[in-house]
Design a protein around this ligand. Structure first.
Ligand code: 6PG
Length: 249
């Protein structure tokens, strides 16, 4: 299938985490307002982990007047736990953002991870995406924005090195077995990530510096999962000074 448009990669380095979250919030709002102006709604997939929590809090505190009623929120990945569990990405996002902004409950597409059958969870969430985006069987959704993080092992969403999910080219959502955690993670597949109009990676802290250099400048065989994110659109890496410290200037 011919790419929708070439991948445009931009790397932005901000002095400190607070600057990174401010710039990321401005980008979220810019992309959101442009999408709503262009097609009446903003579709965004949120990332989990610890890094984006400050972005979500800033959006809640500074952008309550954002058009949340025209914003549709999904999750790029989720841990296989109930929504009130301390590991739940939904719980983190709900505490930092959803419970604080006027987004209609019907606009929030939580991963039903309380179901003990991980494969059934992935199938149900895939069905949600297919219905929401009104996809034909061979079609992939084009999110306006997908937020992603970076693990120190090069994983993103829940696409971990050496995991089966790396090879998936037709499903939208997978229950991906993660050997090191001995559990399944529910995750978008690469085709969904690479069909997005905008992908924004957030990485901060010196512990990410090695992997950031590998991802942005390294020739790795096989490539790290985060290196395989090459969307048909804008690929924005937002880094703080510490995470960018090993990049060649
Ligand atoms: C998750 C994430 C995962 C995360 C990275 C980075 O559910 O954990 O989606 O991909 O983005 O593990 O996590 P930190 O931000 O906590 O370093």
């Amino acid at each position: 299938m011919k790419p929708l448009m070439p991948c445009i990669r931009i790397v932005e380095v901000l002095p400190a985490p607070a600057d990174l979250f401010r710039a990321a919030a401005e980008e979220f709002v810019r992309v959101g307002r442009a999408a709503i102006a262009e097609h009446g709604r903003f579709t965004v997939a949120l990332s989990g982990g610890s890094t984006p929590r400050s972005l979500y809090s800033l959006l809640a505190n500074k952008y309550a007047d954002f058009p949340w009623s025209q914003t549709f929120l999904f999750f790029g990945d989720e841990r296989h736990v109930p929504p009130d569990h301390s590991d739940s990405n939904y719980r983190m996002v709900n505490e930092a953002l959803l419970s604080k902004v006027p987004v209609p409950a019907g606009n929030v597409y939580r991963v039903p991870a309380e179901n003990p059958d991980a494969a059934a969870v992935a199938a149900a969430y895939e069905e949600n995406l297919r219905r929401f985006f009104q996809l034909r069987p061979d079609e992939f959704p084009r999110f306006d924005l997908i937020l992603l993080g970076l693990g120190t092992d090069g994983h993103t969403a829940s696409l971990f090195p050496d995991s089966a999910g790396l090879k998936e080219q037709s499903r939208l959502v997978l229950a991906n077995w993660v050997e090191k955690f001995k559990t399944h993670r529910i995750t978008f597949t690469f085709p969904v990530l690479n069909h997005a109009a905008n992908v924004m990676f957030l990485a901060c802290g010196s512990d990410k510096a090695d992997m950031v250099r590998q991802i942005l400048e390294g020739e790795n065989t096989p490539p790290f999962p985060a290196q395989q994110v090459q969307p048909d659109g804008k690929l924005l890496w937002m880094l703080d000074e510490a995470a960018s410290a090993k990049l060649s200037r």
